[in-house]
Design a protein around this ligand. Structure first.
Ligand code: BGC
Length: 247
């Protein structure tokens, strides 16, 4: 099966598209619905099904989800309703949509897509992808192999808060700081990650990667830093590839 629906569930929007998993290209437009608030499993399942119905799709669905995901179960809920913790994502979305659903962490999904079809192609060292959105997501690769659920957005940072509370896109709008001030903060975060992991390459994904040209001169690491080639579609593409492997 070459065309699979990938759905990237985020804290502010849920986006889907049919993906050609061989080429990693979207087959047509993507469709987005705002994440319901509160983002309970029931409400999110409704939004998820709306996307499946929009594409009039039957078959396996890949789902990138903004939490630790183990065996289809959400093990954390930083920016979504806390009732997700312990909930089987695949079961809840699968029953609502009538399709088999395969769920993985959203940043891991984006990372896999970038490694296969984007900036990670041919990179054989240590690659760290950071998605910058409502939260900070991470995907760590060594010799092309994913080490899943790394959660580096939750490194304890200044004043005992998580790094994502300090330098995600969500933090930037909440704290009303300029993009330039945000970039200085993000540079400090990248430098700390560099000290811990010595990556060869950082790939920046998520919504903020679109503005890379505006702040790239503020990022000063030894490792190369590049924006994700698939930009904000990486999560959708990686989710579809995950379903292709797991179905
Ligand atoms: C979550 C991660 C997720 C990231 C991006 C973080 O708050 O803990 O699991 O990958 O946000 O959505």
């Amino acid at each position: 099966m070459q065309h699979i629906l990938g759905i990237d569930v985020g804290a502010s929007g849920i986006k889907g598209a049919v993906v050609d998993v061989k080429s990693g290209k979207l087959q047509g437009e993507r469709f987005r619905v705002p994440t319901p608030q509160p983002s309970t499993p029931k409400a999110m399942a409704g939004a998820f099904s709306e996307i499946v119905e929009y594409f009039n799709y039957k078959g396996p669905v890949g789902c990138g989800f903004p939490s630790i995901v183990k065996n289809g179960v959400a093990n954390s809920a930083a920016n979504i309703d806390k009732s997700w913790v312990g909930t089987n994502i695949e079961k809840v979305f699968g029953e609502a949509s009538g399709c088999p659903v395969f769920a993985t962490n959203d940043a891991d999904a984006a990372g896999v897509a970038e490694m296969h079809h984007g900036m990670g192609q041919g990179e054989n060292g240590l690659v760290l992808l950071i998605t910058i959105g409502t939260g900070l997501g991470s995907a760590l690769f060594y010799k092309g192999e994913l080490i899943p659920n790394t959660e580096l957005g939750h490194l304890l940072w200044k004043h005992g808060k998580s790094a994502e509370a300090w330098c995600s896109s969500g933090a930037r709008s909440r704290l009303k700081i300029s993009r330039s001030e945000w970039a200085d903060r993000f540079n400090e975060y990248l430098n700390h990650l560099e000290l811990l992991f010595s990556p060869d390459l950082f790939i920046l994904g998520g919504g903020e990667s679109k503005f890379f040209e505006q702040y790239k001169h503020q990022l000063k690491t030894q490792a190369r830093v590049v924006p994700a080639k698939l930009l904000n579609n990486a999560g959708i593409i990686g989710a579809a590839s995950y379903a292709e492997v797991m179905k």
